[in-house]
Design a protein around this ligand. Structure first.
Ligand code: NAD
Length: 246
């Protein structure tokens, strides 16, 4: 059920962190990759994981490049079976000090980007009458995270988007699900804000008493795109070591 041979997977934010880890796991399971990232490093990541893989440097919030990337990729590879909307940012600001620009960029990358890629890839999946979409939300979609106003709002939006697409596209053989991790040991996750005392205090509230590893998120994504999860649709898979259960 966890074999992706013959399948094509588009992963945004695939150059580093969780996205790169998902790319590595999907490639290991036989998928051909289309990686999209604002970082040039995406070329090397794609090349290192398979010779037929495609890499595109783009901002996921840009509509024209989303349309062009999806169209060109389908022309080259014939189909897209899997979309992982993973690219995201988590800038910090207290609610009363949040500049409108910070709000806008967070919404653009974390919510507009996933919407654009899901819409464009969704049209192709509707033609194929099959497809799997996984959106990276966050624990912050479910509970408040101090200093993360725009981030929490954007990730809650991702869950709303996930449910509507699941409902509308479910009859056409497409599933749309979300994953909501707690802090993950990546640059975004454990890098700055979550290191030191802030991180230690946070870990103390996680029943698992640790942060998640990127591999744990990648395997959750593999489950959701696999044949084993055909009846899972519109779901939010919470991978938080029990945080939101307490
Ligand atoms: P990361 O910062 O390590 O990697 C993010 C990748 O996305 C980078 O390669 C970056 O270049 C790319 N990216 C950023 N903005 C982009 C844009 N506008 N267009 C194209 N590419 C862009 O982050 P990560 O920790 O791997 O997070 C991945 C996803 O998981 C994000 O959506 C994040 O919100 C979510 N998430 C992360 C954590 C965590 O603690 N790390 C927790 C919950 C959810």
């Amino acid at each position: 059920a966890y074999n992706l041979e013959g399948q094509v997977a588009l992963i945004t934010g695939g150059a580093s962190g969780i996205g790169k880890c998902i790319a590595e796991l999907f490639a290991e399971r036989g998928a051909t990759l289309i990686l999209v990232d604002k970082s040039e490093a995406v070329h090397e990541t794609a090349r290192s994981l398979g010779e037929n893989n495609l890499a595109w440097v783009a901002d996921v919030a840009d509509e024209a490049s989303a349309q062009q990337i999806v169209a060109d990729s389908v022309q080259k590879l014939g189909r897209i079976d899997i979309l992982v909307n993973n690219a995201g940012i988590g800038p910090l600001a207290k609610s009363e000090e949040t500049p409108a620009d910070l709000w806008d960029i967070t919404m653009a990358v974390n919510l507009r980007g996933p919407f654009l890629y899901a819409r464009e890839v969704g049209k192709q999946m509707l033609r194929q009458k099959s497809g799997r979409i996984v959106n990276l939300a966050s624990q912050a979609a479910l509970v408040a995270l101090d200093g993360h106003l725009a981030y929490c709002a954007s990730k809650a939006g991702v869950l709303g988007m996930t449910r509507v697409m699941a409902m509308e596209w479910g009859p056409e053989g497409i599933t749309v699900n979300a994953i909501s991790p707690t802090v993950v040991e990546t640059e975004l996750g454990a890098g700055g804000y979550w290191s030191g005392e802030t991180g230690a205090n946070f870990k103390a509230k996680v029943p698992a008493r640790r942060f998640a590893q990127p591999e744990e998120i990648a395997h959750s994504a593999l489950y959701l795109v696999s044949g084993a999860a055909g009846m899972v649709n519109g779901e939010n898979l919470v991978v938080d070591g029990g945080y939101t259960a307490t």
